[in-house]
Design a protein around this ligand. Structure first.
Ligand code: HEM
Length: 589
């Protein structure tokens, strides 16, 4: 039977309610459940069958259509109103994976959820278009969610963020009339962009490199092996503290020696907070959060007392009390924003501190583990470092050169592909947004998950199955001009333009790092205007950690492999399941 026939039967099934109404009026109270349940059940089954038919029909047609007025196909669900809510809450990653795959390829779909509709965009053409749309460029909705559930920002402040539809750009959206002190989206993101991917990136990266070198020196490692119980803990304390120091400055950690520890207790609690677990069930998370917030406020008082402009370093960015331009900017511009005060800003700064360390630290652990576990890879990494930097003092390495190293860049991109699992939520406040095959109507919410796209075996190059998408292959993102089987994208899915090779000025012979063609499939940092502003700092920090370790130290991980869990599903780096014992010594030269 075709779907018209089924639709007709569904309409006729509505008539079942006529005998039910007669029955109920004649025999009040008798068999009421059966009388309502049977027609409801019949109707649900029929509409489920129809929606399955439509699902197949639309998915088969959609791949040939270029009409942007389409909505993605509706994912079938058996129970009206509740929709897919139960499956989604039970295992959101597993459910989304199923709802966004058809005929072996990633697709987009609409999911009904307690009377609402959520759009799930996973096909790479739509995802790539999402990142290009300026009207989807404000991360404010996810920002408000995190502020509420993770950082306990009071409702009256959240309402300022919700009301701010003026956008993140210097010029407010033309349909809005938000006063300058309430343009919190712009105030916040302007600061991030200037400090992390604009003029502040280099000074911040340099401070981070300095902190990494001196904090590792302080551990007093020698040419004899020293054994540690857990690489994750070692990196949390070392890399985490160095990253915090690069932005919050040395005074912050000196007057609050337990701040980094509190951040990590809080970080471990984030998946609980995301699930709404109350304080009496997990008091340690709430205690660590309170302590960290109090420490930040304590630091405000100290910095206000000691800072004056003459302490700002010649690069115009760092200073010993506020630590960086970004922190001074936030004191000057975010503190006076509507409904903001020290309490609110300290919670927002806790969010920033968590953003700085939360993904970068586990990424650096995973990166170091994979390099040191594979001795062939380690030796190639050491060659790359030797060729590019020779005996240069580590602190003289130019970060802009560091982040161009092909093998290190490829291995880094591969670690992010394999281990960064983030949910992105996008919405357009002012108008419908065309996205190629589909459009996103104004005010509707769409989800995109990086983990699903990062492991799409119809897209990634596995070298004929030799390197499955679930495994680490350091060279996946390297294109070797003499090897047509190389490169991140499966042969046949994307062919790099020949211009890409000649652009590099090395005669086009050496293997080079490339992300071309992966725009809608590799997005560990998000995309478009709301892309993670700390991504270049993160890459330089992680690469510098590996250069420092590979050049000056030997490390032996004492476990064979790392297992991760999806307990943190959608929050960034996957959780490492177990301790990673290892030993370390200075290299003999
Ligand atoms: C491997 C490391 C990192 C990963 C995978 C990562 C990933 C992300 C992602 C997925 C977002 C959300 C983007 C969106 O909403 O569309 C984000 C936001 C953000 N990240 Fe990162 N990040 C990393 C490192 C860093 C570092 C080192 C900083 C440093 C300061 C940082 C600062 C931020 C900030 C401030 C935001 C919020 C931006 C906003 O609201 O516009 N991140 N990051």
């Amino acid at each position: 039977m075709n779907s018209h026939g089924l639709a007709a039967i569904a309409m006729i099934s509505q008539l079942l309610w006529v005998p039910v109404a007669i029955y109920l009026s004649l025999f009040r109270g008798h068999g009421i459940l059966l009388a309502i349940g049977i027609p409801l059940g019949v109707q649900s089954l029929l509409s489920y069958t129809i929606s399955i038919r439509k699902w197949h029909a639309v998915n088969n047609l959609i791949s040939q259509s270029k009409d942007e007025t389409h909505l993605p196909p509706q994912y079938p669900s058996l129970v009206p109103y509740v929709g897919s809510a139960l499956s989604f809450v039970w295992d959101n990653a597993g459910f989304l994976r199923q709802a966004t795959r058809y005929g072996g390829r990633l697709i987009s779909s609409r999911i009904s959820f307690l009377g609402f509709e959520i759009f799930a965009f996973q096909d790479r053409q739509t995802v790539a278009k999402v990142w290009k749309q300026t009207s989807l460029s404000s991360p404010i909705s996810i920002f408000v969610y995190a502020m509420k559930y993770f950082f306990e920002i009071p409702e009256n402040v959240l309402s300022v963020y919700r009301a701010d539809t003026s956008g993140p750009f210097p010029k407010p959206h033309r349909d809005t009339n938000i006063p300058p002190q309430a343009r919190v989206d712009h105030i916040t993101h302007y600061g991030f962009l200037q400090a992390l991917s604009g003029p502040g990136w280099l000074p911040t990266t340099k401070r981070c490199m300095n902190a990494l070198v001196s904090r590792l020196e302080e551990k007093g490692l020698s040419e004899e092996w020293t054994e540690f119980e857990d690489m994750s803990e070692f990196f949390k304390e070392w890399v985490g503290a160095s990253l915090i120091e690069s932005l919050f400055g040395p005074s912050m950690l000196r007057i609050n020696p337990t701040f980094v520890k509190n951040i990590w207790v809080f970080d471990e609690g984030i998946p609980w907070l995301a699930r709404g677990v109350p304080s009496f069930l997990r008091p340690s998370i709430y205690k660590a959060r309170r302590a960290a917030i109090a420490q930040i406020r304590n630091w405000y008082l100290y910095a206000r007392e000691h800072f004056d402009e003459s302490y700002v370093s010649p690069d115009g960015d760092g200073d010993p009390f506020w630590g960086s331009w970004l922190m001074r900017y936030r004191q000057k511009n975010l503190l006076p924003a509507e409904k903001h005060n020290d309490e609110v800003l300290s919670k927002l700064d806790l969010g920033l501190a968590w953003g700085v360390v939360g993904n970068t630290t586990p990424t650096s652990t995973l990166f170091a583990f994979h390099i040191f576990k594979d001795l062939t890879l380690l030796s190639r990494v050491r060659d790359e470092i030797e060729t590019s930097f020779g005996n240069q003092d580590l602190l003289d390495i130019n970060p802009s050169e560091l982040i161009k190293q092909p093998l290190l860049s490829s291995a880094y991109a591969e670690i992010l592909r394999l281990f960064i699992d983030v949910f992105f939520m996008v919405t357009s406040a002012h108008k419908d947004v065309p996205l190629g095959s589909y459009h996103l109507p104004k005010g509707r919410i769409a989800l995109i998950n990086s983990g699903i796209s990062h492991k799409d075996d119809s897209f990634w190059n596995t070298r004929n199955g030799e390197h499955p998408v679930t495994s680490f292959w350091a060279e996946r993102f390297l294109i070797d001009p003499s090897d047509p089987m190389s490169g991140p994208v499966a042969p046949g899915v994307y062919k790099p333009p020949s211009r890409e090779e000649s652009d590099r000025g090395d005669g086009g012979k050496a293997p080079y790092f490339s992300l071309k063609g992966t725009e809608g499939s590799w997005f560990p940092y998000g995309g478009g205007h709301s892309i993670c502003p700390g991504r270049v700092l993160a890459k330089s920090a992680v690469l510098f950690v590996s250069v420092l370790l590979a050049r000056d130290y030997d490390i032996e991980p004492l476990v064979e492999r790392i297992e991760t869990t999806n307990w943190r599903c959608g929050l960034g780096a996957e959780q490492i399941k177990h301790a990673i014992p290892f030993r370390i010594r200075k290299r003999r030269r």
